[in-house]
Ligand binder design. Sequence first.
Ligand code: SF4
Ligand code: MG
Length: 334
Amino acid sequence: MLQVGNLKTEFRTDQGTVTAVDEVSFRLAAGETLCLVGESGSGKSVTALSIMGLLADNGRVAHGSILFEDQDLVTLPERQLRGIRGNSIAMIFQEPMTSLNPVLTIGDQLSETVILHLGLSRAQARERVIELLAKVGIPRPEEIVDDYPHRLSGGMRQRAMIAMALSCAPKLIIADEPTTALDVTIQAQILKLIRDLSAETGTAMILITHDLGVVAEMADRVAVMYAGQVVEEADVFTLFDEPKHPYTIALMRSVPHISTPAGDRLASISGSVPSLLQMPTGCRFHERCPHAMDRCRDDRPELLQLSGQNRHTVRCWLYDDAAQPGTTDAKVLA
Ligand code: SF4
Ligand code: MG
């Protein structure tokens, strides 16, 4: 359904052009949930915004392709892209307050989408919105429909956002840290809601998170991002049982301390994500990697498919011999 091939996204800044996403490739089948996981600044959100065509004015996709049902979203004119966005592809953001219009009632903004995309009348749209609000577990939907966003709790607003995302029966939902701003109990409820609804409707999902508990709960497949690149991709069981990339292994080590605040989980890896303005040469992880070899400092590893493994790719020189050059996702998709 979705094939991202060799995506490179750049931003113009005062200090020059920075590459926020580089050589990112992955694919997603209908109904699948792919988690993009990594520290903040690893390029997860920029990848999502590139797919949606919602990059800031100073950003652009400089290279690569984003094939959605055989249309390349990179080269598609904005008018057609707008048709796909909010129709076939919907997005759920971390903070619903920024995506809900504060001066419109919940009913009015959800109706707007439904009227625009499904061509319903006002009265039909209102009925449909009440149905949707009930579906996402909002109590008294026939009253809430006339409330303004600020009257709702954070959890209820996020439910309203999910209702909005679902209102056009999208084929793909991109959710960027959808529960990070919520307390733990509400987080679990919202995640369960998203999972149940996407299973029910067969919607594929890209779920962005830095939380491995969320990954374990939600993912079919996982792509681990580091410094703007995918460093490993596999199905969720393989990734948790047999992580290969030293960065993924370090991430996994932080799992047992699930109660540790998210920001501290990677304390076991010394150093921090490199600045986009000063990307290390060679492997971008080499300054933090306990296994770094001489070649890691100079040669950039490619994302290679591990031989004998079904769709398990890793970007690390340690697996050079075990990999099958020429069969990487990146190469196949390029
Ligand atoms: Fe570590 Fe080298 Fe592998 Fe990079 S390529 S993760 S530095 S071993
Ligand atoms: Mg982000």
